[in-house]
Ligand binder design. Structure first.
Ligand code: NAD
Ligand code: ZN
Ligand code: ZN
Length: 334
């Protein structure tokens, strides 16, 4: 089977022929039909973060496909999604209290274990998430990370009817965050720095659209009354600062994007006096992803994406970094 492999953080990925992996008793082998390109895969391939993956490795944590082989213990899934949370211990206080995404013994697809930039991939039978009938795999793939991550970020932000939500960065994650904010009943403010993404935000129904190249985001949002919640999805420290300064008193900043050297300068006095909450949010649980799929099956969300060939993975990385892409690129492996 073919896979795209990172051998060196400073070199392009290499398309290689690898042996078809055999599932263990608790695993499945998924014949990947669609595999989304998350900006995290670029961070992984470049070794951007303090904890680095160990080359050689196969990136990819938005993999969707047919379960073609299963260990003796796995029977319940025919079409599955391989998300970032490859597995967790299932026993710690985080796991048993609905916060498996915080388990310290978790593995991560396309990072600590090989991921979905491949024709076939292994997954843990308990952590591969069933994809309901009728969802296009090309949609299911981006929902498996971009969807579940922003759905969860909206949940923890406290957004609801009558609140004002700032979505900073209308890329793969942001175009779905905007839709979940609207579904929550919030007034939405979308921010980006490319004309195409600003146009996409308008098309998706954002109530206000701000161009961070030429507008001072915090001033504009404060003029509206300030944001109850700001979801930080742009790979830019300046955008975190702007999102923080856009909050109204009692507002919540949800940090999601993970730039190399990510930093937010937090003024203690303002944070205390304004009762500001700043929280980090990492992907979502299997249950969150099941909810994301259900919403999509009901027709409540639209995945904006273009397909590419896995062989073009390196030019696809350049496309994403240049900001030229539609919201998501998805490798079509069918
Ligand atoms: P993306 O490249 O598709 O989207 C980023 C968007 O931000 C682009 O539309 C870009 O034009 C816009 N942008 C750039 N600078 C900006 C600025 N100053 N102000 C406003 N917008 C700006 O990336 P993505 O796949 O959506 O991922 C975004 C980030 O989220 C990455 O760092 C990724 O690693 C991270 N991520 C985190 C989690 C998590 O669980 N916390 C999950 C998935 C991805
Ligand atoms: Zn991701
Ligand atoms: Zn655990």
């Amino acid at each position: 089977m073919k896979a795209a492999v990172v051998h060196d953080f400073t070199q392009p990925l290499v398309i290689e022929e690898r042996p078809v992996p055999e599932p263990g008793p608790h695993q499945v082998r998924v014949r990947i039909e669609a595999s989304g390109l998350c900006h995290t895969d670029i961070h992984a391939a470049h070794g951007d973060w303090p904890v680095r993956p160990t080359p050689p490795f196969v990136p990819g944590h938005e993999g969707v496909g047919i379960v073609e082989a299963a260990g003796a213990e796995v029977r319940h899934v025919r079409v599955g999604a391989i998300p970032w949370l490859a597995d967790a211990c299932g026993r710690c206080d985080h796991c048993v209290s609905g916060w498996e995404t915080l388990c310290t013994r978790q593995h991560n697809s396309g990072y600590s274990v090989d991921g979905a930039y491949a024709e076939q991939a292994l997954a843990h039978g308990d952590y591969v998430v069933p994809v309901p009938d009728g969802i296009d795999p090309l949609d299911a793939a981006p929902l498996s990370c971009a969807g579940v991550t922003t759905y969860k970020a909206l949940k923890v932000s406290g957004a609801g009817p009558g609140t004002r939500v700032l979505v900073s960065g209308i890329g793969g994650l942001g175009h779905l965050a905007l839709q979940y904010a609207r579904l929550a009943g919030a007034e939405t403010v979308a921010v980006d720095v490319t004309d195409d993404k600003l146009a996409l935000a308008r098309e998706l129904g954002a109530d206000h659209v701000l161009d961070a190249r030429v507008q001072d985001v915090a001033t504009e949002v404060q003029r509206l009354g300030g944001a109850h919640a700001a979801i930080a999805l742009a790979v830019s420290n300046a955008s975190f600062q702007a999102a923080y300064a856009s909050l109204r008193r009692g507002g919540t900043l949800v940090l999601v994007a993970l730039p190399a050297e990510g930093r937010l300068d937090l003024p203690v006095f303002d944070t205390v006096l304004n009762g500001t909450r700043v929280i980090g949010s990492i992907v979502g649980t299997r249950q969150d992803l099941a909810e994301v799929f259900r919403l999509h099956a009901l027709g409540r969300t639209r995945v904006i994406r273009e397909t590419r060939r896995l062989a073009d993975v390196n030019t696809c990385f350049d496309e994403v970094l240049s900001g030229r892409t539609p919201a998501r690129l998805v490798f079509d492996l069918r």
